[in-house]
Design a protein around this ligand. Structure first.
Ligand SMILES: CC[C@@H](C(=O)O)C(=O)SCCNC(=O)CCNC(=O)[C@H](O)C(C)(C)COP(=O)(O)OP(=O)(O)OC[C@H]1O[C@@H](n2cnc3c(N)ncnc32)[C@H](O)[C@@H]1OP(=O)(O)O
Ligand SMILES: [Co+2]
Length: 132
């Protein structure tokens, strides 16, 4: 894994949270993108070398809607950038981690992504990202 690619934060409203994070980080949202397959709307802010992904549910079945219903708004996942997502998925499976998708899927901001179940990572949902 090369570096932390982004931190995902579950929010009720991108508009409201976007204003807060714009003030907090003193930088604007550079991209808003809906990912229909994940039932989410995303907004990205860059602070130095780090990216924050705000995630708003677009459907009650969304992982974000379920997460907020259980735990409230807050940090939802940590995403790591990888060079070769297929190789990394194979390595993690061999190490015994439970992957939440068989194949990489299309994420936001021009990435292929795959999730690792939080039950095997001390309660933290991990996302792998490869730029495409
Ligand atoms: C926009 C695309 C992409 C990007 O490009 O960056 C994204 O970031 S999309 C982000 C949203 N998508 C996902 O999160 C997909 C992966 N997640 C899942 O598949 C599911 O959310 C899950 C992790 C498998 C949980 O789903 P499910 O089992 O249906 O939900 P439950 O509510 O029943 O939870 C079971 C269990 O897991 C705990 N949980 C759920 N989410 C998280 C989380 N984000 N971090 C830590 N723990 C989490 C939940 O609390 C339950 O625990 P127990 O109550 O102890 O059983
Ligand atoms: Co993410």
């Amino acid at each position: 894994m090369k570096k932390v690619e982004h931190i995902g934060i579950a929010v009720n409203s991108i508009e409201t949270a976007g204003d807060i994070y714009t003030k907090l980080l003193n930088t604007g949202i550079y991209k808003v993108e809906e990912v229909a397959s994940e039932h989410v709307k995303t907004a990205f802010l860059q602070t130095g070398p780090n990216k924050i992904e705000l995630l708003e549910a677009t459907h009650p079945d969304s992982a974000i809607a379920k997460f907020i219903a259980k735990k409230g708004e807050g940090i939802h996942h940590i995403a790591f950038e990888v060079e070769d997502i297929y190789a990394e998925m194979q390595r993690l499976r061999a190490e015994g981690f439970v992957l939440l998708n068989e194949e990489p899927k299309r994420g936001a901001d021009n990435k292929l992504v795959c999730f690792v179940h939080p039950k095997g990572t001390n309660g933290v949902l991990v996302e792998l990202c490869q730029s495409v």
